[in-house]
Every structure is written in C-alpha cells, then in structure tokens.
Design a protein. Sequence first.
Length: 145
Amino acid sequence: MPETTQSFSNHTRWHVPFHFVLGPIMLVHLIWCVVKLVKVPSLDTAEALLLAIGLILMMFLTRINPLRAQDRVIRLEEQLRYQRVLPADLAAKANELPVGFIVALRFASDAELPTLVRQAVDRKFSKPAEIKQAISTWRGDYFRV
C-alpha cells in the first residue's frame, strides 16, 4: 500500500514515463515535423508529419484502451458490491448509472455508499467529479492503471 492515503485531491495517477517522457517527446516530434513541412514542403516531410500524427494517436490509444477495460472491471466489482451493500431496488437502479458515475462511486465507503447512490440515481450530481467531492470517507483505489 502506498505511503500516502488517497483522497479527492491526490487520486489522479500520473504515470511518469507516459505523461512526462513519451508525451513531450511525441509533441516535440510533431512540432518538428510541422516546421520541416512548412520550411521544406515535400512528400517526405508530409509523410513524416502523417507518421508523427499516427504515433500520437497510437500513444493515446495505448493509454485509453486499458483504462476502458479497467472501467469494465470496476463496473463488475461495483455491481457485486451493490448487491452486498445496497437494498435490491437501489442496487438495480445503481447498475443503470453511467459508467463514469459507477467508477466515481468506487471511492465511497460502504457506510456512505447508499446515500451517494440514491443521490446519483435522483440526479443530484451532474458529473462524476461531484460524487468524488461529496465522499467524506475515501476508499482508495491503488491499483488503477
């Protein structure tokens, strides 16, 4: 378990090799290819720019796709938790919430989960971030990609 307790203010995960190494390298490469195309327009520089765009797209997909798969696992885990913690009628309604809301509710303790789910079902929250801010007893997720 990490040294710091997770909370709303520090739950965002920054993956150093992705966010602070690969991202800037790809951005500099894209800018470099645009500059080369403007200075020396040719098929070669246009192809290099297309490749740079493709690499950035691939970089984003390698981040987004695992997060989507992890959201599916979180949804399944939370459905099981809802069956255990919530009354049957509320659990059924909670399973119909948008995935972003279900992912946000995973941070709520079992004690405050029924209240937050009822508020989410009653549309008291417009964004998942509002659910996270409403949580008073944070249940950390230290395995998020």
